[in-house]
Ligand binder design. Structure first.
Ligand SMILES: [Zn+2]
Length: 148
């Protein structure tokens, strides 16, 4: 179980991450923060590109930062996404997109439970899980025959 204080902290980290969003085209700024099994926190922001397909989401930015720094097991992810000038005290839910759900799926912790926190303000968030957002998923175990 993740303590309430840690959830709140992770949400605040996601808001801080959002400040570095590079979204000149959509003007939809997203921040994410991932808590890893080894107790580290990695922030990420969405980074758009003039070649739109080269854009990367905040969740995947945080995920690749974590993995490239040696943390390959995630226990919680906080996400906040909103239009550039949105009132940060009253946000709509911005769930991870399908691609991000699949990328996060790759790095589940041993428990198989990855908490997803979708913030609606710096102190309020909706709790979900990767299993709820991506049921019947395909993951590393399905290719286990290749890994033996
Ligand atoms: Zn995404």
């Amino acid at each position: 179980m993740i303590k309430e204080e840690m959830k709140q902290y992770l949400v605040k980290e996601a808001f801080l991450a959002r400040e570095n969003s590079y979204a000149p085209y959509s003007r939809f700024k997203v921040g994410a923060a991932i808590l890893t099994t080894d107790g580290r926190i990695f922030r990420g922001a969405n980074i758009e590109n003039a070649s739109y397909g080269a854009t990367i989401c905040a969740e995947r930015t945080a995920a690749v930062k974590a993995v490239s720094e040696g943390s390959k097991s995630f226990v919680a992810v906080a996400v906040v996404g909103a239009e550039e000038n949105a009132d940060l005290e009253h946000l709509d839910l911005a769930y991870p997109c399908g691609i991000c759900r699949q990328v996060l799926r790759e790095f589940l912790p041993p428990s198989g439970e990855l908490l997803i926190l979708v913030a609606t303000s710096p102190t309020e968030y909706f709790e979900s899980s990767l299993n709820a957002l991506l049921p019947h998923s395909f993951g590393p175990e399905d290719l286990g025959y290749l890994l033996e």
